[in-house]
Design a protein around this ligand. Structure first.
Ligand SMILES: C[S@@+](CC[C@H](N)C(=O)[O-])C[C@H]1O[C@@H](n2cnc3c(N)ncnc32)[C@H](O)[C@@H]1O
Length: 265
């Protein structure tokens, strides 16, 4: 099931997002902060969510604009920013918008799409619309970093890998609620290269009563050469393909990540 444009599919999970253990433990922040520093800024982060990467970038002194289509994720980001010192807050601008079509009326030295937002785009038309829009916001020679998961062939076809994901530990919210999250794949479309994913958040309140929240979405996976062709077709020149945030080269581990650094040709 694909959601219509404008539907905030992250609304049910925005408050939990920063506490989810595998999100909290992701080792990608330094990679993006370092690239932002090297670019000198300003940086545009697409799908900036709760500011997991955006806030450390601003703390490093780099001007950054965060664009996200989810009002609820932005609200969490705004609340976190309000606790930052003034000099960090002034480095940040948040814009609610859709990566397929936006116009910020300015250009950036670096555009990043950390932690898979691009994979929420299901059709090639949407992917190309987004890349054309991003390209208009870059100066010639400046870079885009696309952060995708590298599709593992065994995992795409088989539910066994979910056992690993579903060993994810529970977490506790500041108000004492305990949350256990579980993953399900509702559907696989090998022709469209999509998976329909359901994440269930089982919440137990301190008084013992329980609630269940469901985050359901479709993700499209891209293979390495497909992503490279797509970028070339959209006016980018691929400079680096990494398997991890430590910059190990693509192919050095399997499945690893699929991180592409491409400059505006
Ligand atoms: C997995 S989260 C990643 C958030 C953040 N980049 C991070 O690293 O924690 C994906 C984000 O992409 C955003 N997103 C999904 N589709 C989008 C679209 N079409 N335009 C802009 N943002 C989108 C979601 O609202 C969500 O905040």
């Amino acid at each position: 099931m694909e959601h219509p444009r404008g539907y905030d599919e992250y609304a049910v999970v925005a408050e939990f997002y920063d506490y989810v253990v595998p999100y909290r433990e992701r080792r990608d922040v330094d990679f993006f902060v370092e690239l932002a520093r090297q670019s000198g800024g300003p940086v545009l982060e697409i799908g900036s969510g709760t500011g997991r990467v955006l806030i450390p970038t601003a703390r490093a002194g780099v001007e950054i604009v965060g664009l996200d289509s989810s009002a609820s994720m932005m609200e969490v980001c705004r609340a976190k920013l309000a606790h930052e010192p003034q000099e960090v807050q002034t480095k940040v601008q948040l814009v609610e918008g859709d990566m397929r079509q936006f116009d910020l009326g300015r250009e950036f030295r670096l555009v990043t799409v950390p932690f898979r937002p691009f994979q929420h785009l299901i059709s090639v038309e949407d992917q190309m619309a987004s890349l054309a829009t991003i390209r208009r916001h870059l100066l010639a020679g400046d870079s885009l970093v696309l952060d995708l998961f590298n599709p593992s062939l065994p995992h795409l076809a088989d539910d066994r890998f979910l056992e690993d994901l579903n060993r994810e530990p529970p977490f506790t919210m500041p108000d004492g609620r305990r949350v256990l999250r579980r993953h399900h794949i509702l559907g696989r479309d090998f022709f469209r290269q999509t998976q329909e994913v359901e994440l269930i958040y089982r919440v137990t309140y301190p008084d013992g009563h329980e609630e269940r929240f469901v985050h359901r979405f479709v993700m499209r996976y891209l293979f390495r050469y497909e992503a490279e062709h797509l970028l070339a077709r959209s006016g980018f020149e691929v400079e680096q393909v990494y398997a991890d945030y430590d910059k190990s080269p693509y192919g050095s581990k399997y499945p690893g990540e699929l991180i592409l650094v491409a400059k505006k040709a």
